[in-house]
Write a protein that binds this ligand. Structure first.
Ligand SMILES: [Zn+2]
Length: 164
């Protein structure tokens, strides 16, 4: 595990913005997620702790249905994933099509089985305790083989975020 994912000062600074942002940063830094999206712009002051954790960042302009522009912040260890996201989504309206769900799911490190289940029928009862499902950024498919492994990594990341 990369040592600088443990930079407590940076994690604390991100937690000061939002605990979920800090959790995403740790998960991404550790490679559990290839990249992550924060659906807001971040000021340089708040980008700095992401950079200190070894993450690359990009601000991506999108539009919403009303035509208004919104800025998202994406971050990851590998430039290729940020580039793929930018190529596919920069300047594009925010949408929830099956295609988008598949591309985002791939880039954000969601299990393929969960992505396909979500596309067929979202939020199917999966038997996971509410606490476990609440930790995840994807909706687990029933009987998922991958999610229990991810949950372990998520719990370790959460414990780090809560300890700083
Ligand atoms: Zn699954």
């Amino acid at each position: 595990m990369r040592q600088f994912c443990e930079d407590r000062e940076s994690i604390r600074a991100l937690r000061g913005v939002d605990a979920e942002l800090a959790l995403l940063a740790v998960l991404t830094c550790r490679g559990v997620k290839p990249m992550s999206r924060w659906e807001k712009p971040l000021a340089p002051l708040h980008l700095a702790p992401l950079h200190r954790l070894g993450l690359l960042t990009r601000q991506i302009e999108r539009t919403v249905r009303s035509g208004a522009a919104v800025v998202e912040t994406i971050f990851g260890v590998a430039p290729a994933f940020l580039h793929l996201y930018e190529q596919r989504f920069a300047g594009q309206p925010i949408d929830k099509s099956a295609e988008t769900v598949r591309v985002e799911g791939f880039l954000f490190g969601y299990p393929p089985c969960c992505i396909e289940q979500y596309v067929r029928k979202p939020y199917v009862a999966n038997g996971l305790p509410e606490e476990a499902q609440g930790l995840l950024f994807h909706w687990a498919c029933p009987g998922c083989a991958v999610t229990p492994l991810l949950l372990r990594a998520y719990r370790e990341a959460l414990a780090l975020v809560e300890s700083v």
